[in-house]
Design a binder for this molecule. Structure first.
Ligand code: ADP
Ligand code: MG
Length: 627
């Protein structure tokens, strides 16, 4: 109950600086968020080079200097006003926004929580002018200054007047990591701009403007690591007004964290649920459990079809036609992964070998998963990932004459005693070469023109079968037909748990559709009377049991079609050659030829690599030949 004594709180306007500090709460969380706003402004101003100087991880100095178009003297004071922007004038502008900034509040917010100065000189202005904000109304003070064409923003003692915020700053190393990541994120989307980043006077990143493809890939290598660019496939596809381009790492280069995922929508880095889902879906059966894909991708679409004004830091967006976007991204990535073939992979390895120093053991595109996993710490050099070096012998030794397997003639001479390779005298040697042996009943060893191929025969066969099954069954389901079946003269009788019997009854139609004829012949028993013809050589009891287990795990609500791939994966795993199965040379060669033709052939259904390649050059270096 209100009494006379209740103190009345008058409504009053907040002092300008306080209002700005409150707004700063949204955008200025830490030094890296300041840096992001300043670099974005420099990019929006058309700069071709941006210099960033930091001290004490940005808490004492953040200085950004650009050579962009600058701010005229008479507008300088406005730049510090909240809601002052040169980038939009009306709502329609916002709907087709092309610049990174548009809210007009970054500089005002930053200025309210630091000792701030803005210096600028447009091309046709004689001298530079500097503006600073003072007092609780943030009155501006203009002074003449010294600066070549462009703009310099200096942010000193960030959060000096908001101690609560300052307390939340993390250790210098952490903040520096965020700052560096911020520069990298922006550098990946603006290739035409050069960047130089220093910390306490020491250079940590230097990137020249990149215009050609080679220069762009060089930047990617510097920012994302050499291993990434070596296993990355370039995409560039557009359909109607949507375009996806950039670099996608093959699934065999995956990471334990999602830290190498850069997705830009109209030049803006975002994390978006729709996009994430589309990518995850595309990587579904090529990625090892718990692993994350790596990519630097640029998605461009009509700006009116995306709402960027959803979040103050603009990390979130909203698509107007999200279904379309999802399908587009999924389709392109899925197809790119499906199309990766040994031929291309080996070509890439050879290309990168040309540029390699072979005094160190290398790991390449087809590499055991854990070898490419080292987290690239933002503050360590990006280029020395493989530091367990074997020191090269003194190079002053006279070099051994190089083995002549590099020329076609030399190669054929080199392999004359290899019967399997003789047939290739008049035809091109296939990418995965020809089998020479089976190792321990697990691996196929093969040689091609330039080196050794090792194939995990079960993993490879599993992928081959899986892709065949998918094709057969999805076509059958689409055409409402049943794949070729094989009736069994003597049906298999299998005794099963009640849940599995129930699964037979519940999924009878689907089983028929898949080409199985299975009948319940007792409370604990079924009879398998027919199977899909292509499975006739498999262990039917194991296979049917595993398949029914899959069925019985499904929720009632699960759409069978959506889960069919899982069933097919189980089938292929159970049908593929097992360890210790002796394979003839012909059978091994068949697996090699099939893997070359199979979509997503580089990894099994569980994302393990199916084959790896070691070039003679690399083997030579291991044996110190020619060094
Ligand atoms: P926004 O970027 O949303 O417009 P800001 O507060 O970041 O808002 O910047 C306010 C205005 O100051 C910008 O609209 C722009 O006109 C000007 N400005 C800021 N930084 C620069 C810069 N580096 N070069 C040229 N103009 C700049
Ligand atoms: Mg801005």
């Amino acid at each position: 109950m209100l009494t006379e004594e209740t103190e009345h709180q008058h409504i009053r306007l907040l002092p300008q600086v306080l209002a700005n500090q409150i707004a700063a709460g949204e955008v200025v969380e830490r030094p890296a968020s300041v840096l992001k706003e300043l670099i974005e402004n420099a990019i929006d101003a058309g700069a071709s080079f941006i210099k960033i100087e930091l001290e004490q991880a940005g808490s004492s100095v953040i200085r950004v200097i650009d050579n962009g178009k600058g701010i005229p003297k008479e507008e300088l004071h406005l730049a510090l006003n909240r809601h002052a922007t040169s980038k939009i004038t009306n709502l329609e502008d916002l709907e087709k926004i092309q610049t990174l900034g548009f809210r007009g509040e970054a500089l005002a917010s930053i200025a309210s929580v630091s000792r701030f100065s803005l210096t600028s000189k447009p091309k046709d202005q004689e001298i530079a002018w500097q503006v600073k904000a003072k007092g609780s109304n943030m009155d501006t003070m203009l002074t003449p200054s010294n600066l070549p064409e462009g703009t310099q923003v200096e942010v000193l003692d960030l959060f000096y007047n908001t101690p609560a915020r300052r307390k939340f700053l993390k250790a210098e190393r952490t903040e520096l990591g965020h700052l560096e990541l911020c520069v990298k994120r922006l550098a990946l989307s603006t290739f035409n701009v050069g960047f130089r980043l220093t910390h306490n006077g020491k250079e940590i990143l230097s990137l020249n403007p990149a215009n050609s493809m080679a220069q762009k890939e060089h930047r990617i290598k510097k920012v994302c690591s050499e291993a990434f660019i070596q296993s990355a496939w370039y995409i560039d596809t557009n359909i109607a007004d949507m375009k996806l381009s950039g670099w996608l790492a093959a699934p065999t280069f995956s990471r334990s964290q999602n830290d190498l995922q850069y997705f830009y929508v109209n030049g803006r880095l975002v994390r978006d649920k729709i996009i994430n889902h589309a990518i995850k879906q595309a990587f579904k059966d090529v990625l090892y459990q718990g692993r994350h894909p790596a990519f630097v991708l640029f998605f461009n679409l009509d700006p009116t079809k995306v709402d960027v004004n959803v979040h103050p830091t603009k990390h979130e967006i909203r698509f107007r036609e999200s279904r379309q976007v999802h399908d587009f991204v999924f389709r392109i990535i899925n197809q790119t992964l499906a199309d990766i073939r040994p031929e291309g992979v080996i070509e890439k390895i050879q290309e990168s070998e040309l540029a390699q120093d072979f005094s160190q053991p290398q790991s390449f595109v087809q590499t055991p998963i854990n070898m490419v996993d080292d987290y690239i710490s933002p503050t360590t050099s990006l280029n020395n990932e493989y530091t367990d070096t074997i020191k090269p012998f003194n190079p002053s030794y006279t070099k051994e004459p190089e083995t002549d397997y590099k020329t076609e003639e030399g190669y054929h001479q080199h392999i004359t005693d290899k019967t399997q390779l003789e047939r290739s005298n008049d035809q091109k040697i296939p990418p995965l070469g020809y089998a020479i042996a089976q190792l321990k009943g697990i691996y196929i060893l093969a040689e091609n023109e330039k080196g050794l191929i090792i194939v995990d025969m079960h993993a490879a066969h599993e992928r081959i079968l899986y892709e065949q099954l998918k094709k057969t069954f999805h076509t059958a389901i689409q055409n409402k037909t049943i794949p070729n079946t094989q009736s069994l003269l003597v049906p298999y009788t299998i005794s099963l748990e009640p849940e599995l019997i129930e699964a037979v009854e519940k999924h009878h139609t689907t089983l028929n559709q898949l080409g199985f004829s299975i009948e319940v012949i007792g409370p604990n028993a079924i009879a398998v009377r027919a199977i899909p013809a292509m499975l006739q050589n498999s262990d039917i009891i194991c296979l049917v049991t595993a398949m029914l287990e899959d069925f019985s795990c499904m929720e009632r609500s699960d759409k069978i079609e959506a889960r069919i791939n899982q069933i097919l994966a189980t089938i292929s795993c159970h049908t593929a050659v097992r360890a210790n199965e002796k394979l003839s040379v012909e059978e091994m060669n068949l697996i090699l030829r099939q893997i070359e033709q199979t979509e997503r052939g580089g990894q099994c259904n569980h994302g393990r690599p199916t084959w790896i390649y070691r070039s003679l050059k690399e083997l030579d270096s291991l044996f110190k030949r020619g060094q």
